[in-house]
Design a protein around this ligand. Sequence first.
Ligand code: CO
Length: 296
Amino acid sequence: MLKKAAVLICAVCLTALLFSLPAIASGGHGKHHQDMKKGILLVTFGTSIEKAAIAFTNIEKKVKAEFPDVPLRWAYTSHIIRTKLAKQGKYLDSVEVALAKMMDEGFTHIGVQSLHMIPGYEYDDVKTNAKLFQNMSGGFTKVIVGHPMLAGSDDLSRVVDNIMTIIPKERKQGEAVILMGHGSHHPANAFYEAMQYRLQLKDPNLYLGTVEGSLTIDDIKAQILKKGIKKAYLVPFMSVAGEHAINDMAGAEADSWKSILTKDGVVCVPVLKGLAEYDGMIDIWVDHLKDVMGHY
Ligand code: CO
């Protein structure tokens, strides 16, 4: 009797399952997902230094490993760099051109990942235009922009932890490590100051200065001279070791950080490696992109 009932239930279940299968496949929900075409757009300031661009290859590898089925495109925000590269026959898209092309190819959901350091002017521009693209009729369903490297307290902690691992092993406690960030006149420049504070909590001989903005090399120099520090490692706090790192940080010109410090008796050891050459740093951007793609 029990056995018979079980068989009967099974038959009912099976029938129900068989009837429901086509419904799942052709139902409204299924159709919605069939039409969805996801894409990723990685956005960077860009670089014209070929060696520095290796950092972008690392990022691409990591993003592809995380999203193997999602087509990936690149955009450079810097007009100057795009023009410079075009003269060498290398054509890079702006964010707007890249999005227009993706729209034309029928993408519906775009994850735009900013590979910037702070949510400054460039990030603002990317966000504004991504929103405008989303609102264009007959185009994308959704375009979401992922946070840059530093967008909150958790990011600050992760970045500091990573910086601790990339400091050259030969550096001794009494020697300074000076990171060179870009800096900005945007309110988000405060992220650099927050970063400087976090670094100093870890080790008072770690400094973060910026090419533009409030954290000047002159202030840092005054502090390390006061401490009697005789040696400093110079490390780019930028995604790539590009023009700023090569010239403004480590260059031979009188106004480079290296020259400014050397003149006052501080031996400088520049480390010409961008942050995007370190897996732990890339992971922060990739995690921000994961947050975005999690919406689709
Ligand atoms: Co610059």
